[in-house]
Design a protein around this ligand. Structure first.
Ligand SMILES: Nc1ncnc2c1ncn2[C@@H]1O[C@H](COP(=O)(O)OP(=O)(O)OP(=O)(O)O)[C@@H](O)[C@H]1O
Length: 373
């Protein structure tokens, strides 16, 4: 994976940061993909992707490895031309049958998970590298300004290896925003940071992006990350967009079992739908609009409440694990193959082997046809 990433980075390096780059005001651009197809031999890496990212919007492309996220970024950047379809910036075609605008003329900034800092250059020189369109003194001022913005101007004369991973990430961010690109493309920009650092740097990065106002696409395979930072999440699968919306829309109303699984580790219980009602061994739930037939009833672990035995659905505690803010409790229920997982916030005094009653909150239940991929 790392090797592939390095190759991707190298292939991207050609344009690096947009030459339109001046230290003048950033004007966020609209970026639109129209029915983009990208084929490699018989393989379709992108299968008709249409997507418009509005000026100043932060969109996360979310999907499993190989679904085409990086390919879409490469096409936006102009380092790859699509087999068919068009890319437009502010309504002007930059890739397509009628036009091709060179990567360095698109005003697009790029940032990668391994930061791509040049080890033999100082931090200041690294940031100035993105400002080749300016005179040396203008570039110097703009680079210092970008470094100040990420709180690292005092490291201007240091070399990258003397900085922590988080600081290097901030230098890479400074380099990508220094030319004030209208569009910023970020490919898994936080995945090299350890978890503790990642949350802080991610929040800080998003705050800086909001300040600069650049239209931004962030590629990630981490749904929690997408939910934390995106104005809109675009969920991809096998080269196609399967759902887009705010994190709340996608979390609460996933279009398919595949989309639902991305955002929650559900208890999945086989059942059957008859007349708009789904029945399974843990209860009967509304299934409006679903045809009669086999179904999967998905219950969020936080949707289970423990009650005294004799109430609600009977179960027996199989195990209990303390996870800090919640306890994860596994409960055996007759007729269900695998123990139900319950994330319980209250300090419910139950032990392994104890009989309990289980109440299920219907708002934490989703029902899909069993044939839903
Ligand atoms: N130049 C190429 N030649 C052949 N196949 C390619 C090429 N570039 C990408 N692919 C294939 O296209 C598909 C999409 O690749 P892409 O890198 O866009 O996926 P991704 O969603 O970014 O995955 P990851 O999260 O692992 O980076 C993959 O199956 C990949 O192997």
């Amino acid at each position: 994976m790392m090797q592939k990433r390095a190759q991707v980075r190298d292939r991207f390096r050609l344009p690096l940061w947009g030459q339109r780059g001046t230290a003048g005001a950033s004007i966020p651009a609209q970026l639109a993909f129209e029915n983009i197809v990208q084929s490699y031999g018989d393989m379709r890496a992108l299968d008709g992707v249409s997507l418009t990212v509005e000026p100043g919007e932060l969109v996360c492309l979310l999907g499993h490895s190989g679904c085409g996220k990086t390919t879409l970024l490469r096409i936006a950047a102009g380092v790859e031309t699509p087999t068919s379809g068009r890319v437009l910036m502010d309504g002007r075609e930059v890739s397509g049958p009628d036009a091709y605008v060179e990567p360095e003329r698109r005003g697009i900034g790029l940032m990668f998970q391994d930061y791509a800092l040049f080890p033999h250059m100082t931090i200041l020189q690294n940031v100035m590298f993105g400002l080749r369109g300016l005179s040396a003194s203008e570039a110097n001022v703009a680079a210092h300004r970008a470094l100040s913005r990420v709180g690292l101007d005092h490291y201007a004369d240091e070399f990258p290896h003397t900085l922590s991973g988080g600081e290097q990430q901030r230098v890479a961010l400074a380099r990508s925003i220094a030319p004030r690109p209208g569009v910023l493309l970020m490919d898994e920009p936080f995945s090299n940071l350890d978890r503790r650092m990642r949350d802080a740097i991610r929040d800080e990065t998003v705050a800086i992006l909001r300040e600069t106002g650049a239209t931004t696409i962030v590629v990630t395979h981490d749904p929690e990350e997408a939910m934390r930072i995106a104005d809109r999440i675009v969920l991809m699968r096998a080269g196609a967009v399967i759902q887009e919306g705010t994190s709340e829309e996608i979390y609460k109303h996933p279009v398919s079992l595949f989309a639902a699984r991305f955002f929650c580790d559900f208890n999945e219980i086989p059942g059957v739908v008859r007349g708009g009602q789904a029945s399974c061994p843990v209860g009967v739930f509304p299934a409006p609009g679903l045809s009669d037939g086999p179904a999967v009833i998905c219950v969020r672990p936080q949707g289970l409440r423990l009650k005294p035995p004799g109430f609600c659905l009977p179960g027996r505690v199989a195990s209990r694990r303390f996870l800090g803010e919640v306890d994860m409790i596994h409960i055996d229920v007759q007729g269900v193959d695998r123990p139900l997982q319950a994330r319980i916030h209250d300090s419910v005094p139950v032990k392994e082997g104890q009989d309990v009653g289980i109440e299920i909150d219907p708002k934490d239940v989703l029902v899909f046809a069993a044939s839903d991929p």
